[in-house]
Design a protein around this ligand. Sequence first.
Ligand code: GPV
Length: 835
Amino acid sequence: ELAQVPSEQRAAWEKYTVPEGNDVDSIARSIVHHTTTTLARTPYNMDDFGGYQATAHSVRDKLIQDWNETQQYHTIKDPKRVYYLSLEFLLGRAMDNALLARGLKEPYTEATKQLGFKIEDLLEEERDAALGNGGLGRLAACYMDSLATLDYPAWGYGLRYTYGIFQQKIVDGYQNEVPDYWLTYDNPWELPRLDISIEVPFYGHVSKYSDENGRTRHKWEAGEIVQAVAYDVPIPGFDTNNTINIRFWSSKPRKEFDLAYFNSGDYNRAVEDQKKAENITSVLYPNDNHMVGKELRLKQQYFWVCASLHDIIRRFKKTDRPWSEFPDQVAIQLNDTHPTLAVPELMRVLVDLEGLEWDEAWNITTRTFGFTNHTVLPEALEKWSVPMLEHLLPRHLQIIFDINLFFLQTVEKTFPNDRDLLATVSIIEESQPQSVRMAFLAVIASHKVNGVAALHSQIIKDTIFAPFIKVLGPDRFTNKTNGITPRRWLHQANPDLSNLIAKKLGSFKFLKELSLLDGLSKYANDEAFQKEWMDIKYKNKVRLTNLIKERTGIEVNPNALFDIQVKRIHEYKRQFMNILGVIHRYANLKKMNAAQRKAVVPRVVIFGGKAAPGYYIAKLVIKLINSVGEKVNNDKDIGDLLKVVFIPDYNVSVAEVIIPANDISQHISTAGTEASGTSNMKFVLNGGLILGTVDGANIEIYEEIGDDQIFLFGARSEQVEDLRHVQRYRNVPMNPELQAVIHLIENGTFGESHIFQPLINTITVGKDYYLISVDFGSYLESNELVDEAFKDKKAWAQKSILCTARMGKFSSDRAIKEYAEDIWNIDPVPVPDKK
Ligand code: GPV
């Protein structure tokens, strides 16, 4: 990679290396240049999309240069690197982010203006990169932003899905899914690396042989080989030239044509079959917090893990270090269990291909991997059937069984005659057929296992991984509370607020040191500042009002309280409870006389989020929200006092409009079910209060912002198990207010009631797994407290400012530093400035 240009030509290279200027003229010139060459268009046939594309290519040029310098510098320095393996990266749009990161927003605004564009319109032309489902994928994106910004030598590895998360259309109140074919036009934010391609084997069989030292070795003869081709996406750090990389693999038929087919002479069939290779990376599985045991998904996982590990190993091998130093050069973080096949794959490479002894290989493996768990929901824990694994990856299955055998032997030594213990910690579950518990494999093979918020990290130690504390000791488990990048979620999404904060604090330093926001606290009571602050909030609410009108036709009043719940639709997140609460509010309003209505705080209840296409109950929740909205929004009695909005196709770029407009946001999962939540952090950072349960990161947010800024309610996680038992086995009557609400649905107030029966059935006596009836009373009370608080405008403004001021802890920079220091053992490697 560092092959030198011969000295005679070096001067020429230097002479022609003319750095492009960042002044308005040079920028305009590069945009025009890309218009006429890259796009082959002329000033006479331009539109906003062309303007976006040409501008994007101009920005891309700059990123590529920074990217090159960073990668070259890291190659020379050869520090320990971290590799973040994630099946999802929910990046959203790239252009605004890149302009802000490089401090080029202003000259690009001016240059595009001179060419006849409005930059806001160009930015709107970009399609989201939506290669993720929800929180887990967006967390990966925030972490890449922080790794770049903090100058860490880091790479991400993912899959280049042809179809990202589906687009959601609402038809007659129901969710319809439309494929997200996001690569229709060229994607300027990726660099195809067609020269970098790795062969990934599948199927086949394993044979044994004796090597020159008389040792038994294994050889895997694959039945199918697929090519992995690299596409690199540069991730610019903010206010640093450091530009890191996410390498996305795409599956292609292999270059060498299969000989057997060739000889059979069936050319068409051969081409057909080879084309099937492209299926592997064609679609992102649209399930959040839920596993579906499809072979194609397993194939995706191995394809990705195999290509990534071979790439990492190839880079390591260039420096001629002994294998024992691998963990001193390489840290690999497993984002959930999705990449856990990297464990047997690394063992296979070390033992089968490189000839290391098992114990040494195992030592290297465990020192290399760290594992992040993101859920305790049983339906989300990955288990792969042994026969399926055996068929697809015969050698890996053997290795997994060996890992298990050696592990159980050490357990047996320390805890003799404890058969139950052996069965509980076994990687293999003795089901019909047997299955592999991927989380157990990841725990056993990683030197650190972390949860994503304090409560969650405690719960995994007390429940799903409890026996491993006994067996592996407590030191393997740690907490790394999630964080979010303030660059996108404050500076980019809410530029007015970011500018106001900078004016008040004297600089934009807070964007890289978020605790500096604390400096706002002393102005929380300052009336003039409150006015500036709330004016911006109002402007953001108008912006959202316009989006709502555009996307749903519903008109809402920006003076009303904006109450928002946007996230994947899931029973455990309890959007159902929210809409039931809305019905209760509606019924109350209907009972009031005119004088009583005068005293009511007008509220806009806003929902957004996708349901997994096969998740019937979640889809019914969407239908119910829309049916309630239809009724309430058209009720002349109600007017502005209550509006119910479902914003279709919630995604990252829509979130950037929604979040800055919140007065309050809801995070109301049954205690103990939401591992962390990250949108809670985004809403509060943008000056919103929280209505939430004592769950996930809500608890740590409460500790930071204080109980005047957050409305917590509901059962505590320690009570949930008992409460469920009581709900299930005793005949507890339903909360009477809830009963009344259910009655309204059943009597047809919101349209044909039979549609909703399966949804209602989930909470009727003997069920209610997510404890809606148990929490409903305290939920309604908290909602009343919210109304009361909102009436005092001055107090509310103060709370809003304090929310933002106290969010320092939740920067993803803090989270990433903790990972770097406690798990990865890596240091920043800042690229020196050219000048
Ligand atoms: I497992 N999460 C997600 O978005 N998808 C998943 O498949 C799984 C977890 C989420 C959790 O639900 C959130 O609580 C958490 O904040 C997020 O991962 C990031 O850790």
